[in-house]
Design a protein around this ligand. Structure first.
Ligand code: ADP
Ligand code: ASP
Ligand code: MG
Length: 412
């Protein structure tokens, strides 16, 4: 039997009624002759609640216990989905990650999937089971401890299963009907894309578009998984939603494919650092050693042998970064006058593979922001994206102005 993977996100399993609606969608695919692997998220809001419990109990928590707690939301929806399918006379059973087992690294709270043995589930399919319901987001480490794959990780579970079982397609059911040119919740002119290239989706996801977890796009690209994003709230035709596919499979596209944003950014500045060879290494080595993910970096022109060094990192890593810098100063490895953290910033990015061959996108982006009176604090670019750090209060304005200026509401 051909295998289909169907993933339902938090809002799609938020109530028993929605689980029933999702199960009906699964029934439609079973009736077409597929063996279906359903990946479920926790009910919406559940994982946040569990993360809150952990933080309240233990601010510097043991990551292994964090995973034990936050993975549990998916156990509930997996069992309920299997029961709902059984009530519809569809042979189904649930699996938690460790039962499959979804083998991961030991990097608790952001583990990577290393292997998914298929024999267990395939044997059940052979015995007449039609649907394997698997709890997303979770796995098991070589030490036998429960792991999780990072927020939004059920997308990655789904794509990894699609690759392991050579599924015909991996359908990601969510609360919007596809991938848009930007988040439709903050820009009402956002346009749904019929197709988007892996590279563009990868950039959009890593720059903050949470519709797919970055790692899931990486896996789909590597294993050539046919990946589709669609709504669980509407009746769906076979070509509904957005297909994430190879660049060659897209006939025409705009120079800029989309605009992404991330609220979760902080800017830190080391004021008046001695400018000498090795200073960047002396700053960024201790930051990486304590696990701070530095994103953008700017070093000012030096004045009388001293300079300011600015970098950005996720908001929840600011305290760790500060401590690493103060410790490095105490050891005499670096010396600075002050360290200033600004958590009221956001990152806005434009993405498009067309930028490889078109010049002037950056200049246009800067003109648009200037016209709105938005000051750019830090800039980074790569071959297919330009990102700027701006004051958070201008984030939505910036996204909308860029969406308008690049005419993303129109197809090319
Ligand atoms: P799920 O719970 O189904 O995994 P998520 O909340 O993780 O859903 O992702 C879906 C959300 O992603 C949408 O509700 C939307 O607000 C947001 N989003 C951000 N950028 C985009 C985009 N470019 N296209 C579609 N959705 C986007
Ligand atoms: N429930 C997890 C989260 O909220 C995983 C997911 O939904 O993809 O991050
Ligand atoms: Mg998600």
């Amino acid at each position: 039997m051909p295998v289909l993977v169907m993933k339902f996100g938090g809002t799609s399993v938020a109530t028993l009624d929605r689980i029933r609606r999702a199960a009906k969608r699964v029934g439609v695919e079973v009736a077409k002759g597929y063996d279906v692997i359903v990946i479920v998220s926790a009910m919406s809001g559940e994982t946040n609640k569990l993360v809150g419990y952990v933080n309240e109990t233990s601010p510097l928590f043991d990551a292994r216990e964090y995973d034990a707690v936050v993975s549990s939301g998916e156990n509930v929806t997996a069992g309920l989905m299997a029961l709902t399918l059984q009530e519809m006379d569809i042979p189904a059973r649930s699996w938690q990650g460790w039962q499959v087992p979804v083998k991961t690294t030991s990097a608790h709270s952001s583990a990577r999937i290393e292997d998914i043995p298929t024999d267990n589930i395939n044997r059940k399919f052979g015995e007449g089971m039609k649907v394997a319901v698997v709890a997303g987001f979770q796995g098991v480490s070589p030490e036998g401890r429960i792991t999780t794959l990072g927020r939004g990780g059920s997308d990655t579970t789904a794509v990894a299963f699609a690759a392991a079982f050579a599924a015909e397609r991996c359908d990601i059911y969510t609360d919007v009907d596809g991938v848009y040119t930007t988040d439709p919740r903050i820009c009402d002119k956002a346009r749904k894309l019929d197709r988007i290239a892996f590279e563009e989706m990868l950039e959009l996801a890593s720059l903050g578009a949470k519709v797919l977890q970055t790692r899931s796009v990486e896996l789909a690209m590597r294993y050539k998984v046919k990946l589709r994003v669609l709504s669980s709230f509407e009746e769906q035709s076979d070509d509904a939603g957005t297909l994430v596919c190879a660049e060659e499979d897209i006939m025409e596209s705009n120079v800029v494919a989309g605009v992404a944003y991330s609220r979760d950014e902080a800017k830190m500045t080391l004021v008046s650092v001695a400018d000498r060879p090795g200073i960047a290494a002396a700053i960024f080595t201790p930051l990486s050693e304590v696990g701070v993910n530095v994103d953008m970096i700017v070093q000012n022109i030096s004045d009388e042998g001293r300079t300011d060094m600015t970098f950005s990192c996720p908001t929840d890593q600011v305290r760790r970064a500060e401590k690493a810098m103060v410790d490095a100063k105490a050891r005499g490895d670096i010396n600075f006058h002050d360290i200033v953290a600004d958590t009221d910033v956001a990152k806005v990015s434009v993405v498009g593979i067309g930028m490889r061959s078109h010049t002037g996108v950056a200049a246009k982006m800067f003109r648009v922001l200037a016209k709105e009176g938005i000051n750019i604090r830090v800039i980074t670019t790569s071959e297919i994206k330009i990102s700027v750090l701006i004051d958070r209060k201008y984030m939505e304005l910036a996204v909308q102005a860029l969406h308008d200026a690049f005419e993303l509401e129109k197809a090319s």
